[in-house]
Every structure is written in C-alpha cells, then in structure tokens.
Design a protein around this ligand. Structure first.
Ligand code: DQA
Length: 144
C-alpha cells in the first residue's frame, strides 16, 4: 500500500506555532515517526506540505491511480475549501482527516469541516499522535 500524508497551511510551523495548542514537535519529527512505522505496517509513505490551496489540489490529483490512501491535515482549509473537497471527491482516494487540536472545543468556525463527510473518518484532539492513529485506521479500512 502507498499512502500520501498531506499537511496544509501553517503546519510547516509546527513546534514553533502556538505550542500550547499544537505541542512542541516539528513536522519533520512527526514525519520521521510515521516513517518509522512503515516496516511494521507494510506501507510506503510520501509526504507533502504546502501553504497553498492550489498546490494541495495538485498533490491530491497526483494520487489518482497512484496511491491507495491519503492522511490529510488540511489546516484551516478544512473549514472552507470546497476546492479541496472537490479534489478529494474527484480522485476518490480514501482519506482520513486529522487535526492535532480538538477543533470542536475551539472557535465556532473550526467546528465545520467541508471535507469530513467524504472521509473514512476524522481524528481530532489527540495531539500529534493522531497522525499515527489516522495512518493505522486508514490502513485497517483499506484491508476490509
Ligand atoms: C488544525 C486545526 C485547524 O482549525 C487549524 O486551522 C490548523 C490546524 C489542527 O491540526 O488542529 O491549522 O487542523
């Protein structure tokens, strides 16, 4: 199985960005931790981060017929990007949506995800451990 791990805007700032909310791990650390699981989980991982909506859409398009699944933290695009939603609908690659923070415990604008209805599932509020949970859950759902 081949999975693309996508991180959206401002997630390149993890570790330095609002550490009380997002913790002190950098994105590189999170990606290295996922990479360490590839043997156990028998999966190939690719990583992509962008602050640009169109670049994320291009990366999603590139998964068509090429990846088995996507783990995505779309950042703030979660809440309003119909274009990213349409890209995920277009390629029909199964995905899990992950948020480090509990979006439902925060500002009202974070309570809506325009992507979640298309997702296999959504993880929110379990910190950066959520990435591992998202990957494991995605792979489990691909098996069944
Ligand atoms: C986030 C939550 C979003 O509301 C926010 O815009 C982010 C990060 C999270 O991982 O908790 O950039 O997706």
């Amino acid at each position: 199985k081949k999975v693309l791990v996508v991180n959206g805007p401002n997630l390149n700032m993890l570790g330095r960005r609002e550490p009380a909310i997002y913790g002190s791990d950098s994105l590189a650390t999170i990606e290295a931790r996922l990479k360490a699981l590839t043997g156990e989980l028998d999966v190939k991982l690719e990583f992509f981060q962008s602050n640009h909506e169109g670049a994320i859409i291009d990366a999603i398009h590139a998964t068509f017929s090429n990846h088995d699944g996507i783990v995505i933290n779309p950042g703030a695009f979660t809440h309003y990007s119909y274009a990213i939603r349409d890209a995920l609908a277009a390629v029909r690659v199964p995905f899990v949506e992950i948020h480090i923070s509990n979006v439902h415990a925060r500002e009202a604008f974070r309570h809506t995800s325009v992507l979640a209805a298309l997702a296999v599932g959504q993880i929110s509020g379990l910190g950066v451990y959520g990435y591992e949970l998202a990957l494991r859950g995605l792979l489990r759902s691909l098996e069944s």
